[in-house]
Each structure stands twice: as structure tokens, then as C-alpha cells.
Design a binder for this molecule. Sequence first.
Ligand SMILES: [Zn+2]
Ligand SMILES: [Zn+2]
Length: 103
Amino acid sequence: MKIRYCWRCRTDVPMLDSEEGKIASKLLAEGFKESKRQRKHSPENFRKLLDYYKDLTGYEETNPNAIMHHFIDMYGPDCENCGKPYRTETATFCPKCGNKREI
Ligand SMILES: [Zn+2]
Ligand SMILES: [Zn+2]
């Protein structure tokens, strides 16, 4: 887990590394199964995922969908100039400070 800036949330959030992401994806899939079984979609069905995220980060997230875009692997490395992550692995400039990335 690492605190990184999220472009969608526009704030620093705890992001999961690839190992943690694998576990989170599995718990998310279980949540969807639970929703299917109960024939209703409720955040309670994703309790395991939300608890896992909380244990890991200390952050009480209530929206399972928010966790699913907080994977470190989904974004590029940190900008050399301002430290915010590039939006993608192949991005050529930083939208925050306009820094051109040397690839
Ligand atoms: Zn976010
Ligand atoms: Zn930057």
C-alpha cells in the first residue's frame, strides 16, 4: 500500500500494490456473487473487500467501486517534477505541472 494522488478523486488516497490488488479483486468478485445470490446490490455484500481495505490502509471506504481504481498498477510512475503519478504507464506529460516526461 502506498499513498498516491488519484486523478479521479482529486486527492491523495491509499493505493494497493499488485499483490494487494489481486486479493482485492478476488474479494470484489465474491461480493458480486453475493449480490447475485441475494438478488440485490448492497455495499454490505462487499463487506470483506471493504474490511480488507480498511485493515490495510486504516481508511474506511464505503464504496467498493472506489477501491477498484486505487491500484498502483493502473497508473504511471511519479512525475519527476511534482511527484504526482502520471495518468498512465505511457503518458508523455504530467497534467498537473506540465512536465514533459523523458522516456
Ligand atoms: Zn480515486
Ligand atoms: Zn508533474
